[in-house]
Design a protein around this ligand. Structure first.
Ligand SMILES: Cc1cc2nc3c(=O)[nH]c(=O)nc-3n(C[C@H](O)[C@H](O)[C@H](O)COP(=O)(O)O)c2cc1C
Length: 164
């Protein structure tokens, strides 16, 4: 069974964590697109409101077939201390029965712990088992620092051990 990293990324910071992770642990990646326009300052307020209410959105690809995978990473940016709507929508559509899941959230400064707790509740309700999780602060960090810090987390949590 293989490993896949599912993720949403609005400004490519979560995507950078994913790129680093995928290279280190040899996983497939699948970007989940939010079909609602989230660009620009005006949409920022709407995005926070949608996240806070856990409002569903239209995503692509839909559905996501996980039958080839035993280990599934799910990554999201923190929006108003919640997972991004694309990830809330994704989890509610996934069959995670029998899957091991590793969750991660990026955040400017804070709120990521609540994101992980909420995702854990939701993946357990879909039959998944959270085996590990991590947070990555991105505020005031260069892209190089984000990538280096991701490598540190991979080492600290021994994430390579989960390769199947
Ligand atoms: C709508 C919105 C809400 C956000 N809310 C939070 C928050 O509550 N706490 C925080 O630390 N960062 C918050 N952020 C910052 C992002 O979580 C952070 O920059 C993240 O790493 C961005 O990931 P991305 O580039 O993959 O989209 C928010 C960003 C957006 C766009």
């Amino acid at each position: 069974m293989k490993t896949v990293i599912l993720y949403y990324s609005r400004t490519q910071k979560t995507a950078l964590v994913v790129k680093t992770l995928a290279e280190e642990i040899h996983a497939d990646t699948l970007e989940i697109m939010d079909l609602k326009d989230r660009a620009g300052f005006l949409n920022y307020m709407g995005a926070s409101a949608d996240a806070l209410r856990e409002k569903k959105t239209k995503i692509k690809p839909d559905p996501v077939n996980l039958s080839d995978y035993g280990l599934v990473y799910i990554g999201t940016p923190t929006w108003a201390s919640k997972p991004a709507p694309a990830i809330i929508t994704l989890i509610d559509k996934c069959d995670l029965k029998g899957k091991d899941v590793i969750l991660f959230a990026t955040m400017g400064r804070s709120g990521g712990k609540r994101v992980l707790e909420r995702m854990e509740e939701k993946i357990e309700a879909r039959g998944g088992r959270m085996v590990n999780s991590f947070l990555m602060k991105t505020g005031n960090k260069s892209l190089e620092e984000i990538s280096e810090d991701t490598k540190k987390v991979i080492q600290e949590l021994d994430l390579k051990l989960y390769e199947i």
